[in-house]
Design a protein around this ligand. Sequence first.
Ligand code: GN1
Ligand code: MG
Length: 373
Amino acid sequence: MPGGEIDETPQAPTHVSLGSIVEAFEIASPVETIEPYGRGLINDTFRVSAGGTRYVLQRINGAVFPDPLRIMCNIQVLDRQARQQPDLGFRVPALIATRKGEAGLRASDGNVWRLMTLIEDAVGLPGIEDPEQACEIGRLLGRFHTLLQSLPAEALSVTLPGFHETPAYLARFLSVLARVEGARNDPQIETCVRFALDRQALATRLADARDRGEIPVRVIHGDPKLDNILFDRDSGRALALIDLDTLQPGLILHDIGDCLRSCCNRSGESADGRTRVAFDLAVAEPILRAYAEQTRAWLSPEEIALIPEAIRLMPFELGLRFLTDHLEGDRYFKVAEPGENLRKAGIQFALVTDIEVKVEDINTMVTRCFQTP
Ligand code: GN1
Ligand code: MG
């Protein structure tokens, strides 16, 4: 599908028992507990305890990922690469093979499942409270990208075609909008729609720079949001970037922009109105400075020059995706209640607005961070 969003109804609940899924993997026994885990918007995730070890079990959303087994192949490539560069100290969750020796399980109902070890003594952060945490994030993303740069982009399969293709997301939004004109009578929808229509030019900037050959396609994570970063419970050091489904060829700027979009909005993706939606420069600067320390040797001047553009683009892109999904009837992102995607689109667009106000400060911050120390 252009733009990576699906054209199908959400996946049906599985009819296969979770116990029998887990038992199909090469896992310690007995299986003690299986419970829902995490807050992902796409896959279904469970935490499993078996034989004194803890694992993460996931059903990969087959309506989103056309060939889920490709994800497992990419994770194996990353794992091999991380083992060759142990000095980077990067932890990759280990994939557990099935008893038949495969990297994932295709259940009788067609769903693909995978099992990984849980990274113990690691925790997520609900928000960033001090600059040291921000530094940790920048350092981790920088080390992750440095590790990935030793791989040619072709070494990884495309797991999600059209992902972060902003012009395709825009085209899809415009075609959905043409179908549901009446929805614009809702003032909240109309505000978001106007916002998106006024910024259409933004959608093509990075894609155009890539198509003109000014910035390279490299291997990226695709989703380095705060929820996907694990910290050591005791030392507070950032340990791992999890959720490797969208590890694939792409633009490094998408990762940088997405990480800052997520970490620097203190009110979070589902802001409850208590904290104002704002782009916090006091969080962005330590992230980017630590990131620059790890990457300045190989990141190109053209990429660095486009970082402010990426910071503005990523919340715009996500807001556009939430808005489109709302107009299409919530078929892609999981929602807890109707209207949630629309509300979340408004939050991302409010973040874009704040970024636009702070553009000068963002430009100087990027320059400062990448100056040779
Ligand atoms: C989705 O499934 P999850 O929560 O890891 C989405 C990302 C968005 C993110 C926003 C494959 O990630 O692109 O940035 O929600 N992943 C996919 O929270 O579409
Ligand atoms: Mg994800």
